[in-house]
Design a protein around this ligand. Structure first.
Ligand code: ARG
Length: 560
């Protein structure tokens, strides 16, 4: 049940819509006065009354019912107390009814969202820096789908540029087909690094020539390029599988090679393109930004040019309602420029473009991955977490079945949760011990809570879940049921703010509430009616927690 909406529908304030009222209703940190509160300060001006008087009058105008048991006002706040057993009954009924769909909605039906995420660079390492975009984008994909949107996941591959000329040149000099076949992307990456270390003028010129050959459709150059590309994709796909993310399109930068000209022509027609030191740029000085480079003096296109073509293509192909770019905040300026140029081109849909920026991930040992010249491959981080998880399981529960597959879920879950737990814009320091802690605010903690609920459930065979006439609702039960009831809100909130951390935090909160309930309230040994109720609450918790974790791409082992 959506309590905020239910309450909002009962409150009539002249000139204020029910949805605006709903947005103002909050769950107070201290529940002494009520479970939900509406601050009335915003209405004072329009109604020409003090907030206190408004709250008082509103309190008188609403009477308690089966859902709201008490209405009061204090200091400009209108307070509501929820009928606890009513809440318990309706929430359990709803979760039982919706099952794996609990928390989903049809909010986004008929709307399309494009999400550009992960967007790896071909033949370059898939390193720890790609973790956030991959898991944030992957979670947003699932969250929006859950809310009924049609989602298009796009991996805007970095597969364009002179680096591919370098790669071909390096391969032709030192490459060994067998080695590349055997070691794949690692061998390719070594060739690229060696080229950069040893490059002379002459080699650079050769690389430019190879790039030109790729562009001009030369067969050998393209075969090599395609080979490197398929090696990279085969490699990253395995990691995507483990992280539970998927894409609907792998149209990368190169895909737009023949789609830039119309945009360049339009820029020209609209008088937006000016020459600057031989290059073609869009002047953005009036908007406080450096110019947006469209064509270099040698006529070559740029990252922004291809992104403009991609934006046109996406609008034409998917007719999106929103187009998200999950890209690090280092590219803030790029996206501000991109959106501004689209606006100057007169595209009213420029307002639907959103840069979902996130902070940096570094490893605990202090080494900022790339600065030392040493790259931390994402796969190694995941493998290390899985190995460590296996060790912990070996210590805690040596007889557990399927230890490997449990460790995979725990280790991968730890990596994902570690990357998603904080507000996305924050820089994070990744610590193996922290993300694998059973006690902290971690994925492992949530998974362990599921295993705990599961173990209660497996001991309850044959026991009824039929709710008695009178329900109990002590403090722990009430806290748990409120958390269960608020899941649909958390999902919507996460979507609205493009913030998967809201779901991660929700999962920890729900786990904490369940664990309190588990330690304070007898479940299996309670008398019949109470036992049925508490078992139903345990079922509901397991289901809701699994749903929440699934939205983040985290699986749940039955036992651990
Ligand atoms: N490949 C780019 C990088 O690694 C990210 C691309 C993001 N998407 C885009 N449409 N620009 O920096």
């Amino acid at each position: 049940m959506d309590y905020k909406k239910y309450i909002a529908d009962k409150i009539k304030v002249e000139g204020v819509s029910s949805s605006d009222i709903e947005a103002l209703i909050a769950i107070p940190p201290n529940t002494d006065m009520g479970d939900y509160a509406l601050p009335c300060f915003r209405f004072a001006k329009a109604l020409k009354k003090s907030p206190a008087v408004i709250a008082e009058e509103l309190a008188k105008s609403i009477s308690p019912d089966g859902v709201i048991s008490e209405i009061s006002s204090l200091n400009g706040y209108l307070n509501f107390r929820i009928d606890k057993s009513g809440l318990l009954r309706t929430t359990l009924a709803q979760i039982g009814e919706k099952g794996a769909a609990y928390g989903s909605s049809s909010l986004g039906n008929g709307k399309t969202i494009c999400i550009d995420y992960s967007s790896v660079n071909i033949a370059k390492p898939f390193h720890i820096g790609h973790l956030s975009t991959t898991v944030i984008g992957g979670a947003l994909y699932k969250i929006f789908s859950f809310l009924g949107y049609k989602v298009v996941g796009i991996n805007h591959l970095g597969d364009y540029g002179t680096q591919f000329g370098k790669l071909i040149s390096a391969y032709k000099r030192w490459g060994d087909r067998e080695d590349v076949e055997k070691r794949g992307i690692f061998a390719v990456n070594e060739l690229y690094v060696r080229f950069n270390n040893e490059a002379t003028e002459e080699m650079e010129a050769e690389a430019r020539e190879y790039f030109r050959l790729i562009e001009n459709g030369d067969r050998e150059a393209n075969e090599l390029f395609d080979w490197f590309k398929s090696l990279t994709l085969a490699y990253v796909d395995k990691i995507y599988d483990r992280l539970g993310v998927k894409f609907d399109s792998y149209n990368g930068e190169r895909f737009y090679t023949d789609k830039m000209q119309p945009v360049i022509d339009e820029l020209k027609e609209k008088g937006l393109l000016i020459e600057s030191n031989g290059a073609q740029v869009v002047d953005l000085e009036p908007y406080g930004m450096p110019p947006c480079l469209i064509l270099r003096s040698d006529g070559a296109s740029l990252y922004a040019t291809r992104d403009l073509a991609a934006a046109y293509y996406r609008k034409a192909t998917y007719d999106f309602d929103k187009c998200l770019y999950v890209v690090a905040y280092q590219q803030n300026l790029h996206f501000k420029q991109l959106f501004k140029v689209l606006e100057l081109l007169g595209k009213d849909w420029a307002k639907d473009m959103v840069h979902v920026a996130y902070g940096m991930v570094s490893l605990e040992d202090g080494a900022m991955s790339t600065r030392k010249g040493k790259v931390v491959w994402l796969e190694d981080v995941i493998n290390k977490c899985v190995e460590k998880a296996l060790k912990v399981i070996d210590e805690k529960n040596p007889d557990l079945e399927n230890k490997r597959s449990v460790a995979e879920k725990v280790g991968v879950g730890a990596v994902i949760f570690g990357a998603l737990y904080n507000n996305k814009i924050k820089d994070i320091v990744f610590s193996y011990d922290k993300v694998l802690s059973f006690e902290g605010e971690t994925g492992v903690y949530c998974q362990y809570t599921c295993a705990r609920a599961n173990s209660v459930i497996s001991k309850s065979e044959g026991m009824s879940r039929e709710l008695p006439e009178n329900l109990t609702c002590n403090a722990e039960e009430f806290e748990l049921v409120k958390a269960l009831a608020s899941f649909p809100d958390a999902v919507k909130d996460a979507a609205e703010k493009y913030e998967p951390s809201i779901i991660a935090r929700y999962a920890v909160d729900l786990s904490q509430k369940f664990n309190k309930f588990y330690f304070e309230c007898k479940i299996l040994t309670a008398e019949d009616g109470v036992r049925a109720q508490r078992l139903a609450m345990t079922d509901a918790t397991l289901l809701t927690l699994k749903n929440a974790l699934a939205l983040l791409g985290i699986g749940v082992p039955d036992k651990m």
